[in-house]
Design a protein around this ligand. Structure first.
Ligand code: TYC
Length: 105
């Protein structure tokens, strides 16, 4: 007697379709400079990017040493808003901090 196995082909196809429809994601990048204070960067990472204070301090030092670092990965709308918010706060405080975004490969 042959036992009938359920056909899972459609389920697999459906999963593949769902995955490829996920929105493209963007990295928000913080760039080092010589004028923005370390404490301002830490506060920005806590306030705008919702880092813990310890994670913010660690990332600030990474950017300070390596020149840049990823503050977060978001869909395009959220990434644009984070870039705008962080840049506005930096300019209000008269710091030249550069915040950019790029596709997350
Ligand atoms: N290099 C700055 C200083 O020594 C600190 C700094 C860190 C600035 C990260 C920008 O994205 C930055 N005051």
């Amino acid at each position: 007697m042959t036992v009938q196995q359920p056909d899972t082909t459609e389920v697999v196809k459906e999963e593949a379709r769902t995955r490829t429809q996920e929105p493209p994601m963007y990295r928000v990048i913080l760039h080092n400079d010589d004028y923005t204070t370390r404490e301002f960067v830490v506060e920005l990472l806590v306030y705008v990017f919702h880092k813990s204070r310890n994670a913010a301090i660690e990332l600030m030092w990474r950017v300070h040493r390596h020149g840049r670092g990823v503050a977060g990965v978001y869909d395009r709308d959220v990434a644009e808003t984070k870039v705008a918010e962080a840049t506005m706060l930096a300019r209000q405080a008269e710091f030249p901090l550069q915040v950019t975004m790029e596709p997350d490969p």
